[in-house]
Write a protein that binds this ligand. Structure first.
Ligand code: S3P
Length: 165
């Protein structure tokens, strides 16, 4: 089976859905953020604070380009589609699923979250600008878009598994 990569804004459910989908399909699950933490020995917030976003993006691309093309579900960080080389990697080689949710729902889900440097640094208006600027890139690389706003995790997992047959 071609590997399935989940993309979408922070809080769109990529990590949770990737684990359930991988279990259903009987393949391994990998999270690019977790790989970055393992590789660097630092939390995402620490990397942003001590090395800066540019360094984080380099690590993120290195990790993405080393991900499997088959028999895996890969959850990616929300900003993965920012770099052109990442978009080139995603297009055509693997199945890409864009998990979409309204920004208001995302902000509600992430209220009080302190693990995401871009959201803690940004005000609501900046988060909205970031969300809008990324939408065309998510859509450019996606093979399938699912609106997760009003669906249960298991319904989303079933929908992806069904559509990927
Ligand atoms: C980021 C999203 C985060 C993480 C980092 C940057 C982004 O991942 O990679 O904080 O730029 O949107 P999640 O989408 O899993 O929260």
């Amino acid at each position: 089976m071609k590997a399935i990569y989940l993309i979408g804004f922070m809080g769109s459910g990529k990590s949770t859905i990737s684990k359930e989908l991988a279990e259903k399909l009987g393949v391994e699950v990998i999270d690019t953020d977790e790989e970055i933490v393992k590789k660097s020995g630092k939390s995402i917030s620490d990397i942003f604070a001590s090395d800066g976003e540019g360094y984080f993006r380099q690590l993120e691309s290195d990790v993405l380009l080393s991900m499997p093309l088959e028999d895996a579900v890969v959850a990616t960080g929300g900003g993965i589609i920012g770099a052109e080389k990442n978009r080139i990697f995603l297009k055509g080689k693997v199945e890409v699923v864009f998990l979409h949710a309204d920004l208001s729902i995302i902000m509600e889900r992430l209220k009080g979250d302190t693990t995401r440097p871009l959201l803690s640094m940004e005000k609501q208006g900046d988060a909205e600008a970031l969300y809008r600027s990324r939408l065309p890139f998510y859509r450019e690389v996606a093979d399938l878009e699912i609106d997760t706003s009003a669906k249960s995790i298991s319904a989303i997992v079933d929908e992806i598994a069904e559509r990927m047959k």
